[in-house]
Design a protein around this ligand. Structure first.
Ligand code: UD1
Ligand code: CA
Length: 455
């Protein structure tokens, strides 16, 4: 059983913000959500988050991320006043059940599951009472330093503010990420005191206590300092955004995605993109978007929670949000596909076309200047330029149903609720207020049936 504690009660004064630090976003998600994801990825059974500042909002963000990542046992420990990291973990103690407890900070969004795995594996292999991650920094100012004995074994951590000049010259720092044997952690937490410069209960003192008691404490010195950097300022937030982005784009390129200009392309690490897809400059892919193989996106296109099958083109200046596009779809340039829309195979949506909460069958086309809202369009129907589904009567929204192989003439107004049968046609400029039978032609304002010459 692996329990994970995330310390996330602090305000983060150096952010100069009304919003708690762990709620600030990088890569489209709150800092703490990234940490939750890493915890889930190594198979955390139980998550205990210590909350304080804006507890409700932090709880909501953590719950959302944890549920999304499949963590089943989710708990929150309130630390109403923040008396230090040791005090934070004391609040979580009552919720812990596992043999091993992983303690993380909520402000380390680049943290990768493989790093946590290495920490937990080393902890188990060496049967340590505690194991911590360290990194060497060119500028270690501000961090807790790792003090080692003459033989090189871990002795204790000293915080920068409490350190001597000699200790401040140590470049190996505590990353603030630990694995503890629960049976060793809990009694040590109870023995913490506040005899330090900040008058706080330091979690870091637990490690020195364990060594003094003759218990084993291991250190895993990690090579990538940037991955373990905690965010404290808005500058660091922006730097991390850039790094996180390049890491995500790098992974995509390694997996066979072409990114024409990584500098202007933004992809959240929650997005998946298939091989041989090309992302043109200015493309932004966010949320739970899934893009298939051989697609072309952009330049300057945006996908939010969009699902694209293979061989879909979303051309310049187009936006697709909470919608799905089947294989071979051609969207834009200058198109807007809004939530609830499902476009069938080979659908064409052209410039200045807005589609909202509508289902279009395979091969349907709306190539110019059209609004389709709350509509159903059958396969292979053609929607002429300037068509509007008048779906709103000032009070309620109504649906428009268009059959298969329908030809909607330019500038047709479809006053919903209305149904146009399979194979029907509307003349240019028609205002359709009544249902249209299959295979008939209607024209005019309001639209009337034009009898067939032979009937
Ligand atoms: C801590 C470590 C330091 C380490 C550094 C790495 C201690 C005493 N020091 O210092 O050795 O080098 O992290 O980044 O642990 N928090 C609470 N409740 C509290 C205090 C903090 O939940 O009462 C949370 C914060 O919200 C934050 C995390 O714990 O997410 C770390 O706290 P922070 O104040 O940033 O610790 P540092 O001073 O950076
Ligand atoms: Ca910190």
């Amino acid at each position: 059983m692996l329990d994970v504690v995330i310390m996330a009660a602090g305000l983060g004064t150096r952010m100069k913000s009304r919003t708690a630090k762990v709620l600030h976003a990088v890569g489209g998600r709150p800092l703490v959500a990234h940490v939750v994801r890493a915890a889930a990825a190594i198979g955390a059974d139980r998550l205990v988050t210590v909350v304080g500042h804006q507890a409700e909002s932090v709880e909501a963000a953590v719950r959302r991320a944890a549920e999304g990542a499949g963590i089943r046992s989710i708990h929150f420990a309130l630390q109403a006043e923040q008396f230090g990291t040791g005090h934070a973990v004391q609040q979580a103690a009552g919720y812990l059940e596992g043999d091993t407890v992983l303690v993380l900070s909520g402000d380390v969004p680049m943290l990768e599951a493989t790093t946590l795995r290495a920490l937990v594996d080393c902890h188990a292999l060496e049967t340590n009472a505690a194991t911590l991650l360290s990194v060497r920094l060119a500028d270690p100012a501000g961090y807790g330093r790792i003090v080692r004995s003459a033989s090189g074994s871990f002795e204790r951590i000293v915080e920068h503010r409490d350190a001597t000049e000699a200790e401040r010259s140590i470049d190996e720092i505590n990353a603030g990420i630990y694995a503890f044997d629960r049976a060793k952690l809990l009694p040590a937490l109870g023995r913490l005191s506040t005899g330090n410069d900040q008058g706080e209960y330091y979690l870091t003192d637990v490690l020195g206590m364990l060594v003094a008691d003759g218990d084993r404490v291991g250190v895993v010195c990690h090579g990538d300092a940037a991955e373990l950097a905690g965010i404290n300022t808005r500058r660091e937030l922006a730097e991390t955004e850039a790094r996180l982005k390049l890491r995500t784009l790098g992974r995509l390129m390694d997996s066979g995605v072409t990114i024409v200009d990584p500098l202007t392309t933004y992809v959240d690490d929650t997005v998946t993109v298939g091989r041989d897809t090309v992302l043109h400059p200015g493309t932004v892919l966010s949320g739970d978007s899934v893009v298939g193989e051989g697609c072309e996106i952009g330049p300057n296109a945006q996908l939010v929670d969009a699902r694209l099958a293979d061989d879909v083109h979303v051309r310049a200046m187009s936006v697709v949000e909470k919608a799905s596009i089947a294989a071979g779809g051609r969207i834009g340039p200058f198109a807007r596909i809004r939530p609830g829309t499902e476009l069938g195979a080979g659908v064409h949506i052209g410039n200045f076309v807005e589609v909202k909460n509508s289902v279009l069958g395979a091969g349907a086309k709306a190539n110019h200047l059209t609004y389709l809202g709350d509509a159903e369009v059958g396969a292979n129907s053609n929607i002429g330029a300037g068509t509007v589904t008048c779906n709103y009567d000032g009070k309620n929204k109504h649906r428009t149903t268009i059959g298969e192989r329908v030809y909607i003439g330019s500038d047709t107004m479809l006053v919903a609720p209305v149904t146009v049968g399979d194979g029907a046609k509307t003349g240019a400029g028609s205002v359709v207020t009544k249902d249209v039978e299959p295979d008939t032609l209607v024209v005019g304002v309001p639209a009337r049936v034009v009898p067939k010459p032979n009937s």
